[in-house]
Design a protein around this ligand. Structure first.
Ligand code: SF4
Length: 327
């Protein structure tokens, strides 16, 4: 049930070239792409994880993390297996690079499940990388849109621009990982490149709600100058894009100690020079309320993943500054 002919490939005899993502794998028969979920079978490229679900939960939207998109609301969150990057610190390596158990759920059944969840805003494609689950996400997102559900991608942004442009009209919000503002980092830590991810941020920000996450790892990508450059680049796209600076903990192939708290504080200060909304992830007890960038009035109060809106969702009640938030 989970096998479907893939989109975005060309054939040359019985060899195929996949161009769903920037790796552009060339695959002979029986070879599988770097994502481990697209295989050449007899000259036809197949998606191996269509509808194959490894996790399905109702999560607060804050957990994605999205802080400026329907704060405090739940969203049905689903994931499959596979990933097209290989980050040494992967927090979800069991499903990204392992062979987990799955359950087949058709797009129609998933949308029905989403409709049955009380107060649910839609479906988040998350946990593993959704862009290499492409055909299923596209089919499901189309159906969900017909039912007025929101579609959210939590993604590494490592997708070909044509495939992205076909998907974006059905997507309402994205959290995009920018692992570091460094091509060397992408090459050595994640087995990818930076520029396609930046292209994804630009394309998505032109038509959807976008937030960015960067996992901060001491010494590897914590240089405040580099973080400032990242923030400056994001501000050039849209200074209202919220950024989540997430604290690294040892996982998968990386056993460095957790990122120091003073590093996280310095990272926040650096990024705040260019962006209006900066949040810290993976640090207990941190102040992650939303404050007005003009007068510092509290706009959204957060405790853990719970959120309470303290303004009308459009402008600051104290000073009248327009606030970039979808409520
Ligand atoms: S989606 Fe998979 S098979 Fe296709 S180019 Fe990317 S890594 Fe290779």
């Amino acid at each position: 049930m989970g096998i479907k002919e893939a989109m975005y490939y060309t054939r040359d005899g019985d060899t195929v070239r996949c161009f769903l993502c920037p790796h552009a794998c060339v695959l002979k028969p029986e070879q599988t792409g770097r994502c481990s979920v697209r295989r050449n079978k007899g000259g036809v490229l197949y998606s191996l994880n269509y509808g194959e679900i490894t996790a399905c939960n109702v999560d607060p939207i804050e957990k994605k993390p999205l802080y400026h998109f329907y704060p405090g609301r739940p969203i049905l969150s689903v994931g499959s297996f596979g990933c097209n990057l290989k980050c040494g610190f992967c927090q979800n390596h069991a499903i990204a690079h392992g062979t987990p158990g799955t359950v087949f759920v058709s797009p129609g059944d998933l949308v029905s499940r989403a409709m049955s969840v009380r107060d649910n805003i839609g479906i988040a494609y998350t946990y593993n990388e959704p862009s290499i689950w492409y055909e299923y996400v596209l089919d499901t997102a189309r159906l969900a849109r017909e039912r007025v559900l929101k579609n959210v991608l939590v993604t590494n942004g490592y997708i070909g621009i044509k495939a992205l442009e076909q998907l974006l009209p059905f997507i309402d919000a994205l959290n995009i990982d920018i692992k570091a503002f460094s091509d060397d980092y992408y090459g050595s830590i994640c087995s990818g490149r930076l520029s396609p991810v930046l292209d994804t941020v630009k394309a998505a920000a032109g038509c959807c709600h976008v937030e960015v996450t960067t996992l901060v790892v001491d010494e590897l990508n914590s240089d405040t100058g580099q973080l400032e450059s990242l923030a400056e680049w994001i501000a050039g796209v849209d200074k209202h894009i919220p950024i989540h600076l997430s604290r690294y903990y040892p996982a998968y192939q990386m056993d460095r100690p957790p990122t120091r708290l003073d590093t996280m504080a310095a990272a926040k200060e650096a990024v705040k020079k260019h962006l209006e909304y900066v949040y810290i992830g993976n640090v207990a007890g941190v102040d992650n309320n939303t404050y007005c960038p003009a007068c510092d009035a509290k706009l959204v109060e957060r405790r853990g993943h719970a959120a309470r809106l303290l303004f009308d969702g459009k402008k600051c009640g104290d000073c009248g500054k327009p606030i970039s938030m979808v409520v």
